[in-house]
Design a binder for this molecule. Sequence first.
Ligand SMILES: Nc1ncnc2c1ncn2[C@@H]1O[C@H](COP(=O)(O)OP(=O)(O)O)[C@@H](O)[C@H]1O
Ligand SMILES: [Mg+2]
Length: 155
Amino acid sequence: MVDSNTSVKTESVEGTHDFGRRLGSVLAAGDLVALEGDLGSGKTVLVQGIAEALEVTTTVHSPTFVLHHRYPGRVPVDHYDLYRLHGMEWSDAGLDEPAPDSITVVEWSDRAGVLDAWSTVRIRLEVVTERKRRLTFLKGPDRVRAVFSGQTSRA
Ligand SMILES: Nc1ncnc2c1ncn2[C@@H]1O[C@H](COP(=O)(O)OP(=O)(O)O)[C@@H](O)[C@H]1O
Ligand SMILES: [Mg+2]
C-alpha cells in the first residue's frame, strides 16, 4: 500500500541528489534498487547521490551503449540503464546477474521483467513540474522505507 509517508517530493536537482545520499547510506551489499520513471524524472541524479554515499569517486552517468558500469566505492556499485533493452530480457542482453557483493542500481528496471523478482528495493520517479519530482517507495525493507518517511537522520 502506498500512503503519504512513502512518497517524497524534491524541489531541485540538489534535493534529489541529497535524497539519493540518504538512501545510499542505508543500502547494503546484495541490494538491487529498481528505478522506474520517464526520461528526465531524475533517476541518474538519484544514482549520483547514492554513489556519493558509497564513496564512489568516479563520474556517474547513465551507461548507454554498454548498459552497465561498475564503480569502485565503499561497496562496489553496479549501475545499469535498460533504456535500450527494447524488449529483450536481461539474460538475452548478456548482462551479468546481480552480484551479491555489490549494490546494483537499475534505471528503466521495468524493461526487464525479471527485476520484479530480483529487486530488493523499487522506487518510482515522476515529473511533477519543471523542477519538482515525486519519488515513491514501492518495495523495500524498513531501513529504506524509513528514509522515505524521514526517520533516518544520517545524510
Ligand atoms: N527536482 C529535480 N530532481 C532531479 N532532476 C531535476 C529536478 N528538477 C529538474 N531536474 C532536471 O531533470 C533532469 C533529470 O535528469 P536525469 O537524472 O538524467 O533523468 P533520468 O535519468 O530519469 O532520465 C536533469 O536535467 C535535471 O536538471
Ligand atoms: Mg538516466
